[in-house]
Design a protein around this ligand. Structure first.
Ligand SMILES: [Fe+2]
Ligand SMILES: [Fe+2]
Length: 362
């Protein structure tokens, strides 16, 4: 993703921005990123990640600090969470309340700025589903529905909470380091605690993000609708594997893709194991309606499941479906709706013979 200052680029590398301490008046220096912030939050689609690599480091100091905005959110009082979950903040390139003065933009850079943009104060991480404070005291100009003084007080209060030492990781730079962080999860700041006559120079790139997911939307279920599924209107479709058919129970469409529910059945008994794999998803739940299936799990067990049995598999847990009866029918639920499958080797360290668990034996 492109950086604001079009004139500050590593030579020959248009996507690499140069971070340096600069003397702006005798004895006065500007430290890029010298107070807690998240990168380029004035963009409608802010960068998901930023990477830094040191070129020249001062002999001491100049660490970068990060604070965990998921943990900070989680530990807020419930009343505060309710108060802020639905709030939206206006982000501009440089807020009139910014704790530091930013480098002025040249004409070309200014012309390419996006218009001020609104982001939720609490966002949902698209990959782990956790809420995080999405704050940037440098760029937040206003909060919808609040007076200036209320907004300032709230930002101040949240900032004081989020920048406590218990949420912090402090990185002491060494040559050869390359740090990449998730702007959806952390705020960061550079430290101006070194001898300013020494150069602190780093290369920066930013990685394009996706639209910010508001917490309020996720919790109130905006984009979701009531769904009803009737047998006569949900025909079987051909599954990912040739011996499966499934009925889509309409949950994926109704939940805006957050969850999926399928009624799965067999066309004929499985002829060979699926092989060890895991699913690229948050979680999966299977309830057996009819017939039976046997699955090996990475915890060293092999489970036989018959009508009324079920299992829950967090994303990433390796398993191997070794047997399916011809009359098998299951209800399968996944979060999110779309799940990927990654084939892997049989996990190291598993005994030759796995421990059998079933309705009769566990
Ligand atoms: Fe930054
Ligand atoms: Fe599977």
């Amino acid at each position: 993703m492109s950086h604001h200052h079009k004139d500050v680029r590593a030579e020959g590398h248009g996507e690499v921005y140069e971070v340096r301490n600069v003397q702006i008046a005798p004895g006065k220096y500007r430290i890029a990123g010298g107070s807690f912030h998240t990168d380029h939050s004035n963009h409608p689609i802010p960068p998901k990640a930023t990477a830094l690599h040191p070129v020249s480091l001062p002999s001491y100091g100049g660490d970068t600090q990060f604070v965990d905005m998921h943990a900070a959110y989680d530990e807020l009082p419930e009343a505060t969470k309710r108060r802020i979950d639905g709030l939206r903040a206006l982000h501009v390139v440089e807020s009139k309340f910014s704790p530091r003065k930013l480098k002025p933009l040249d004409e070309k850079s200014r012309a390419e700025l996006p218009p001020p943009t609104r982001h939720p104060l609490v966002r949902v991480h698209p990959e782990n589903g956790r809420k995080a404070l999405y704050m940037n005291p440098v760029r937040i100009e206003a909060i919808d529905g609040m007076s200036e003084s209320q907004a300032l007080a709230l930002v101040g209060e949240l900032l004081a909470h989020a920048t406590q030492k218990k949420y912090e990781y402090r990185h002491q730079w060494r040559y050869g380091d390359m740090l990449i962080w998730d702007n959806r999860s952390v705020m960061h700041q550079a430290n101006g605690d070194y001898d300013m006559s020494e150069l602190r120079h780093l290369h920066r790139i930013m990685i394009k993000g996706e639209p910010v997911i508001p917490a309020a939307e996720a919790s109130t279920g905006e984009g979701m609708k009531l769904a009803k599924s009737f047998v006569s209107q949900t025909p079987y479709a051909q599954g990912r594997r040739p011996f499966f058919r499934y009925r889509d129970l309409g949950v994926e469409a109704a939940s805006g893709g957050r969850m999926r529910a399928y009624h799965n059945t067999c066309i004929k008994g499985m002829t060979e194991p699926t092989g060890w794999h895991y699913h690229d998803c948050e979680m999966q739940f299977v309830y057996v309606l009819k017939g039976s299936l046997a699955i090996e799990f990475e915890d060293g067990t092999v489970g036989t499941f018959t009508a009324g049995d079920s299992f829950f598999v967090p994303g990433g847990v390796r398993h191997n479906e070794i047997y399916v009866s011809e009359d098998k029918e299951t209800l399968e639920v996944s979060i999110p709706g779309k799940i990927g499958t990654v084939n892997v080797e049989r996990p190291d360290g598993l005994p030759e013979k796995l421990r059998e668990v079933s309705n009769e034996r566990s």
